[in-house]
Design a protein around this ligand. Sequence first.
Ligand SMILES: C[S@@+](CC[C@H](N)C(=O)[O-])C[C@H]1O[C@@H](n2cnc3c(N)ncnc32)[C@H](O)[C@@H]1O
Length: 191
Amino acid sequence: MAGLYPLLELYGLQLLRYQEQMLHWPEQPVNIITKWLKDHSPSLVVADFGCGDARLARSVKNKVWSLDLVANDPSVIACDMSNTPLESSSVDVAVFCLSLMGTNYSSFLREALRVLKPRGWLLIAEVKSRLDPNTGGADPNKFLKAICELGFTMESKDFSNKMFVLFYLKKKVRFDALFLYDSSMTLRKMR
Ligand SMILES: C[S@@+](CC[C@H](N)C(=O)[O-])C[C@H]1O[C@@H](n2cnc3c(N)ncnc32)[C@H](O)[C@@H]1O
C-alpha cells in the first residue's frame, strides 16, 4: 500500500492543475454533458468514469455512479476505471469527461462496454489537442475506428468547441443467439 500513496498524491496534484487550467476555458465540457443529460430522461442511470470532484452527479437528477482513482468525496467510488464494482448491463450512459486518453484507454472502454446496457450511450469529451495529429495528438478517425471495433457505433461528433471535442456513441447490440423457424413455423433458439 505504501507504494500507492505517491501515485495517489500525483493524481491529486494532476487534478488540481487540471482544475486550474479549466477555470480559463470559456466552456466546461461537463456542462455540455450535463445539458445532454437534462435533455434526456432523468431515469437514465449514469456511470461517470474519472469523475474528478463528481460535479456531474451534483448537477443532474439521474442516478450517477461517480468513479475515480481518488475519492475526495464520500459519494465517489474509489476504483480503477478498468475494473469497477458496477454490475454488467446496469448502466444507460457511460461518461468519460476528459478522463479517457491514456495508454490503457481500451481497458476503460471495455469496462464501459461491460457495464452498459445494449444500445446504452457512451459520451466522450476530450481535449482537442490530444486528437489533433498536427499538435502531436492521435488521429481522431483512427481513434474512433478503434473504439467502434470494441463494440460501439458512432452517433455524432462535435468539433465546434475550441478546447475540446465530444463524441456520442452507442453500445452495439450483439446477436449472440440464432433464432430460426422450424418446419411447424415455431421460432426456436438454435444457439
Ligand atoms: C482531467 S480529470 C477530469 C475530471 C472530471 N471528469 C471533469 O470533467 O471535471 C481526469 C480524472 O480521471 C481520473 N482517472 C485517471 N485515471 C483513472 C483510472 N485509471 N481510474 C479511475 N480514475 C482515473 C483522475 O483521477 C481524474 O480525476
